[in-house]
Design a protein around this ligand. Structure first.
Ligand SMILES: Cc1cc2nc3c(=O)[nH]c(=O)nc-3n(C[C@H](O)[C@H](O)[C@H](O)COP(=O)(O)OP(=O)(O)OC[C@H]3O[C@@H](n4cnc5c(N)ncnc54)[C@H](O)[C@@H]3O)c2cc1C
Ligand code: FES
Length: 349
């Protein structure tokens, strides 16, 4: 443990103590303060903030795409990389007051593999049982970091279930890449009964509740996981909000959880599920939508100015969806997203 310093966040007036050995983002998460973030690796710029007072700040390795040198000189910083060596005041450029103080402090958990069934040819439904502690509080839509056994590297995965309270379990939907460090290990080596180290929860992709505005979900690939979690929570609450889930897959063999999603259209009176195939196989019967999911959203929606949007999946899909949603009038502040950025690099520990 290092020396501790006070970090004050403006304009929200929240103060926390931060150990020199921890990043500001990590220390905040441990204290239940949810700051805006994405990759936590200095790559996405979601945590970019401005230093109002104090300059004894050092940054772990980051990408100059996220923080170009001229911005660093102007006083910008990345909270996921920043260590402070004196008291500082930080202006949050991007924050959500609703989320800021509603966080669950992160926990370190040991978990055991219960199952890792295929849900498509390249996606697995990983179920973990929490061993120590036996429960972890999270909001539907949040994610945890899972360590790659025997290394210091971690990967982020979003929970697909609503809570671990009664089940003591975490559920994930994970796309497996043949050369992916964690996902190919999961696919080929990880066995039922093996233990994994998990830290979390993180993330701001959670349902903004307490309002009755319509909701549009746009998902692709493993982006299914957090959206499924939020939809399952809406079903538990017997929500009557109008909600539409646009899910993009390449072919029919890339679709998953359709049975449950169609069942949810029965349970949730105003819920519609719109799957679309971008590379539909002409030899397989399919009476659903065909095309890029962003084009399908454009065909179905006309005015999203009063709508909350939730977007999740691979970064190019998220970026394209955000453009379409804003074109359709969705206020940027009401578009919530998780980009499934990849963190793998040859220099990883
Ligand atoms: C907030 C957040 C939440 C996430 N939630 C999920 C989730 O619920 N489910 C899930 O499956 N993933 C999720 N991810 C992505 C996940 O963390 C990993 O990055 C991903 O599983 C790849 O890790 P890996 O170790 O298997 O591959 P790495 O070893 O990191 O990558 C090796 C190679 O695999 C290929 N590859 C890896 N990822 C991709 C990709 N997305 N598209 C194309 N090629 C790729 C590339 O060739 C890459 O160079 C999330 C990411 C973030 C930031
Ligand atoms: S750069 Fe800090 S969260 Fe991505």
């Amino acid at each position: 443990m290092g020396e501790k310093h006070v970090v004050r966040f403006e304009p929200v007036g929240v103060e926390i103590e931060v150990d020199e050995e921890k990043t500001v983002l990590r220390a905040a998460a441990e204290q239940g303060i949810t700051l805006m973030h994405g990759c936590k690796e200095g790559q996405c710029a979601a945590c970019k903030s401005f230093v109002l007072e104090g300059d004894d700040i050092e940054l772990d390795k980051y990408s100059t795409f996220a923080l170009p040198d001229f911005e660093l000189d102007e006083g910008f910083t990345l909270l996921c990389r920043a260590h402070v060596y004196e008291d500082v005041t930080i202006e949050l450029l991007n924050y959500d007051e609703e989320m800021l103080r509603s966080g669950h402090p992160i926990q370190e958990v040991k978990a055991e593999v219960v199952s890792k069934d295929h849900v498509t040819h390249d996606m697995r439904h990983l179920v973990l049982k929490l061993v120590e502690p036996t429960e972890i509080a999270f909001w539907p839509g949040q994610y945890v970091d899972i360590a790659i056994p025997g290394t210091e590297a971690t990967r982020s995965f979003s929970m697909a279930n609503v809570s671990s309270k009664e089940s003591g379990q975490l559920e994930f939907v994970i796309r497996c890449y043949p050369d992916g460090r964690f996902s190919s290990f999961l696919d080929t080596e990880l066995a039922v009964g093996d233990q994994l180290d998990v830290v979390g929860p993180f993330g701001v992709f959670t349902l903004r509740d307490g309002r009755d505005s319509d909701i549009v979900f746009v998902g692709g690939g493993a982006g299914m996981a957090p959206i499924l979690s939020v939809l399952r929570s809406l079903a538990e609450k017997k929500s009557t909000r109008k909600a539409t889930y646009y899910y993009g897959a390449r072919t029919q063999k890339d679709l998953c959880f359709e049975k449950e999603l169609y069942a949810l259209t029965e349970q949730l009176p105003n819920f519609t599920f719109v799957p679309a195939l971008s590379e539909a196989d002409p030899d397989e019967p399919w009476d659903g939508e065909v095309g890029l999911i962003t084009d399908i959203v454009k065909q179905h929606e006309t005015d999203l100015s009063e709508t909350d949007s939730y977007v999740c999946g691979p970064p190019p899909m998220v970026e394209a969806a955000m453009d379409v949603l804003t074109e359709l009038g969705a206020p940027e502040k009401n578009i919530y997203y998780d980009k499934f950025t990849t963190t793998g690099s040859s220099e990883e520990p």
